[in-house]
Write a protein that binds this ligand. Structure first.
Ligand code: GRF
Length: 191
């Protein structure tokens, strides 16, 4: 995918929780090397802690209640069109986007997942990795389709599981890699 030289890609980030990936993407967007401009943050959780990063950085942010998926997606599509969004980064967004939304979004949609996909799709990845005695885990950035954690892989980073690991420690180390991997994947797909 090519981006016009000198032009930053208008980007939306979708979150549901802490927003540490949102924070790292905002930091990335401010760097000279960055090819994105984050102009929209969407959440399905009014109490998402990550919203603070959007507010602090004066980024348009909207809570969509997601009670009725079709209506919620229609509202989001309207915002995407208004702001001419071309890239959507899912970052801990706890909803599955419909095929219709993906088709109509007019955007490249990517997601970050805390495992070495195709292993450990879905929730509780670190607990599953630990209980299965895996030696390695990691994180993956992939294109989004309407199946959970299943689109084409863009980049992955391996993380070693240590003898004294627990869910908390492992999550923390994987997140450090996530924060580096997401910007790298964005640079990769548009360069
Ligand atoms: C990350 O582990 C991400 O891979 C997964 O959800 C988590 C979100 O964390 N999809 P944060 O809200 O970005 O801190």
């Amino acid at each position: 995918m090519k981006n016009s030289p000198g032009k930053k890609i208008k980007t939306a980030v979708f979150i549901s929780g802490k927003g540490s990936n949102l924070k790292s993407l905002i930091n990335f967007s401010k760097k000279k090397i960055s090819n994105i401009e984050i102009v929209l943050v969407i959440t399905n959780n009014k109490k998402a802690k990550g919203l603070q990063f959007a507010i602090k950085n004066k980024i348009n942010n909207f809570y969509i209640n997601y009670k009725i998926k079709k209506i919620s997606e229609k509202k989001i599509l309207k915002k995407l069109a208004e702001l001419k969004i071309k890239l959507i980064c899912l970052a801990g967004f706890m909803e599955i986007l419909s095929q219709n939304f993906i088709k109509k979004s007019n955007s490249t949609i990517i997601n970050i997942h805390p495992s070495l996909l195709p292993k450990y799709k879905g929730l509780n990845t670190h607990a599953k990795v630990l209980s299965n005695g895996e030696k390695y885990t990691g994180c993956t950035v992939h294109f989004v389709n309407s199946k959970l954690d299943s689109g084409k892989i863009i980049l992955q980073k391996k993380v070693k599981v240590l003898n004294d690991d627990n869910i908390y420690k492992l999550k923390k180390r994987v997140l450090i890699e996530e924060h580096k991997l997401y910007p790298k994947a964005i640079l990769k797909i548009f360069n």
